[in-house]
Write a protein that binds this ligand. Structure first.
Ligand SMILES: Nc1ncnc2c1ncn2[C@@H]1O[C@H](COP(=O)(O)OP(=O)(O)OP(=O)(O)O)[C@@H](O)[C@H]1O
Length: 250
């Protein structure tokens, strides 16, 4: 379980996060959802260990990792732009992080991740020869071979559309189930959060506006902001809501 306790962060006297408390169960997919500038990426980076918090603690499976360096936390992130190496082919990108950690994963396991993400036909291609969805799958494979204890995804679907977006969404859900991998996703898109996650944390101005399952957020929005943000301003497709939660919420 990942437990965030009283996390606060300021930048130049401006409060960016204030007293964030959160518990995420093993294998759960949680979306951090909120408007631009609400503090989502800052919270993701604090969990990763990339950004220092001013106050608070992070517990992972009972261990306090608040002061553990990023590389020793074992939490891995897929950045929004994938950060793949353009001069290497897909396979060399996937195994890049294993250079000094050869014993972390067997050849057989690497092959399984590649099969799982349907990347076999693309292994020899340079990054520039891959589609957006293929790049995203290479980035996911590269992260999975590192056997992360926690998977962090920054806007994983924002560069994708239509069918590709849906297939990556399904992949992310399969990864979380198959590998019992706790997954935290930053998104500003309510529809994405509602259809992808087990739970959603809605952040507004650095504070928690609501934390709950998609059903709870649809059925019992805890305040006007949640109602506006989720249901009205961002125009969630009625059809998707209908399919998920039934006619009365469409
Ligand atoms: N390194 C930094 N130095 C100063 N201010 C920062 C820094 N990083 C973020 N901020 C500020 O903190 C606030 C929250 O930023 P953050 O990137 O966490 O928001 P976000 O919800 O992820 O936004 P977006 O959806 O636009 O990416 C913003 O006001 C931003 O300007």
């Amino acid at each position: 379980m990942l437990k965030l306790q009283n996390i606060s962060k300021r930048y130049n006297e401006k409060v960016v996060l204030e007293n964030i408390n959160l518990e995420i169960e093993l294998g759960e997919i949680v979306s951090l959802l909120g408007p631009s500038g609400s503090g989502k990426t800052t919270l993701l980076n604090i969990i990763l260990g990339l950004t220092k918090m001013d106050q608070g603690s992070i517990l992972f499976n009972g261990h306090d990792v608040s002061y553990v360096a990023m590389k020793n936390r074992g939490f891995n992130i897929v950045f929004q732009d994938y950060a793949l190496f353009p001069h290497l082919n897909a396979y060399d990108n996937i195994v890049y992080g294993l250079k000094n950690k050869k014993n972390l994963v067997s050849e057989q396991e690497i092959r399984e991740y590649i099969e799982f993400l349907e990347l076999k036909p693309h292994l020899k291609k340079k990054i520039g020869e891959l589609s957006g969805g293929q790049k995203q799958r290479v980035a996911l494979a590269r992260t999975l071979v590192m056997k992360p204890k926690l998977l962090l995804l920054d806007e994983p679907l924002s560069a994708l559309d239509g069918v590709i977006k849906e297939s990556i969404k399904e992949r992310i859900q399969l990864i979380a189930r198959e590998f019992k991998l706790t997954t935290i996703i930053v998104t500003h898109d309510p529809e994405e959060a509602l259809t992808l996650s087990d739970k959603i944390l809605i952040i507004q101005n650095g504070g928690i506006s609501q934390f709950g399952t998609p059903q709870q957020i649809i059925q019992q929005p805890s305040n006007e902001f949640v109602k506006e943000f989720i249901l009205k301003q961002l125009h969630i497709k009625r059809q998707n809501i209908y399919q998920l939660f039934g006619e009365q919420y469409a």
